[in-house]
Ligand binder design. Structure first.
Ligand code: ADP
Length: 454
């Protein structure tokens, strides 16, 4: 097992990794930027190294400085967290070539699953349900048109190298499709240096459903069942829960097993999430595979009892997974609310500055993963998420009730956060009934009177 892990990240996920490492008897080293010099998580690290200025391009994205920091601190592994360099295959390769274990998949597995075309092809073999569409990147515009006629409009043009929603175009007729292929190619070429695009069916009304998987280097892969992340705004998840409400258990088990099989076929070691959209008839279509630990991993931990970050560390050290599939079952219901320093009344404008008041909630089934404290000054340079409030209960109704109490207790000021929004969402009829799709929050924010269905 490792003796020292360097954490190439910041904030709540750095804290999460420190906690996992320490609980395994491993020391934690943190790199940080000048903007984070007062970060509360740094006080818990065994050693810290400043790697540069506030902009992430000058610090958290500097591969050379992170590797130097690992060398001078005699670390033996590097955990990338999420965001920053977590899904950068070149970083994984440099870590390996420099003699540090990368706590994540091999660059080969990351490349295979990170490319949407090769990922879809592997999914086809593993029996993971995918969207109907072109098998490979399209060469000729006519190929796109033929496929669209076969599967029916609307369709979506997507970039093989896509990420962050770039290189995507929805097309409702042939004219839009021809224009969409050309502009998606240009955008993908500019953003990723890779203009390959493909076409698949576009689903209008869907829920977001994802399977947490973990694989090891001994050919094992398990899943920790699913999460529902339908409560989002502009493709940013706001609330995640596990298990997904009202999903046929047999169908769910099949999809989960197929996701684990996909990971196994990719020779994948580490945590991965296979994301799907689900239609009203409970058909599933794979969106993509995220090759990192995700923000919402705690809900899966609470229902399964598995420490996802500890398993990541274990398998990166070459050990087998500590659990087998038949030891994993769903226990109760968990919900996570992302606490962002944003002002929902002003277009979700990010709020940097001093947190004067920070009164966190507590009690049975309440978990708070956060680096924030009273007196913490939120730097303007990074993501606005300052914590995650997660609750667990025997069933969904109890989890919602506990979340409501926790959100009532939670006081943060004077900066604005998403806490008041979450309080309202916990009473939203579409959330309570879980009769929703990924655009319900947007529709409701535009016109609050639509939340009167119940
Ligand atoms: P990226 O990697 O750029 O984030 P994704 O493949 O994850 O791209 O897609 C981003 C979002 O676009 C999804 O969360 C989903 O809301 C929407 N989307 C992607 N593909 C489809 C599709 N075939 N039908 C409907 N919506 C889609």
């Amino acid at each position: 097992m490792f003796s020292r892990i360097l954490i190439a990240n910041r904030g709540e996920i750095a804290l999460r990794i420190i906690r996992a490492a320490k609980s395994m008897g491993i020391e934690a080293v943190c790199v940080y930027s000048k903007a984070d010099a007062d970060g509360s998580w740094l006080r818990l690290a065994d050693e810290t190294v400043c790697i540069g200025e506030a902009p992430s391009a000058d610090s958290y994205l500097r591969i050379d400085r992170i590797i130097s920091a690992a060398e001078v601190t005699s670390s033996d592994a590097i955990h990338p967290g999420y965001g920053f360099l977590a899904e950068n295959a070149q970083f994984a390769e440099v870590c390996r070539d420099s003699g540090f274990a990368f706590i994540g998949p091999s660059p080969e597995a990351m490349g295979l699953l990170g490319d949407k075309v090769s990922c879809k092809n592997l999914a086809r073999k593993a029996g993971t349900p995918i969207f109907p569409g072109t098998e490979d990147a399209i060469d000729e515009l006519d190929e796109a048109v033929e496929m669209a006629e076969l599967i029916g409009y609307p369709v979506i043009v997507k970039a093989a190298a896509g990420g962050g929603g770039r290189g995507m175009r929805i097309a409702r007729d042939e004219q839009e499709l021809r224009a969409g292929v050309i502009s998606a190619r240009q955008e993908a070429e500019a953003a990723f240096g890779d203009g390959r695009v493909y076409v698949e069916k576009f689903l209008e009304q869907a829920r977001h459903f994802e399977i947490q998987c973990i694989g090891d280097s001994h050919g094992n892969a398990v899943h920790l069942y699913e999460r529902d992340c339908t409560t989002q705004r502009r493709h940013q998840k706001l609330i995640e829960e596990a298990p997904a409400p009202h999903v046929d258990p047999e169908r769910r088990d099949q999809v989960a097993a197929s996701a684990a099989e996909l990971i196994r076929q990719a020779n994948y070691s580490g945590a991965a999430t296979v994301e799907f959209l689900m239609d009203r008839e409970q058909n599933f279509f794979m969106l993509e595979v995220n090759t990192r630990v995700q923000v919402e991993h705690p809900v899966s931990e609470l229902i399964s009892g598995v420490d996802v970050v500890a398993e990541q560390i274990r398998v990166a050290a070459g050990e087998p997974l500590s659990i087998t599939q038949d030891q994993i079952s769903v226990n109760g219901h968990a919900i996570e609310c992302r606490i962002n320093a944003e002002d929902p009344d002003r277009g979700f404008m990010p709020q940097a500055g001093l947190i004067e008041c920070w009164r966190p909630p507590g009690g049975l089934g309440v978990r708070l993963d956060s680096h924030a404290t009273a007196g913490y000054r939120i730097p303007p340079n990074y993501d606005s998420m300052i914590g995650k409030l997660i609750v667990h209960g025997p069933d969904r109704a109890t989890a919602i009730a506990r979340m409501k109490v926790a959100l009532e207790e939670f006081e943060v000021g004077p900066i604005k956060t998403t806490i008041p929004l979450h309080r309202r969402l916990m009473d939203h009829p579409d959330f309570v009934s879980a009769d929703f799709d990924i655009h319900y929050v947007e529709r409701w924010l535009e016109d609050p009177s639509v939340a009167t269905k119940a």
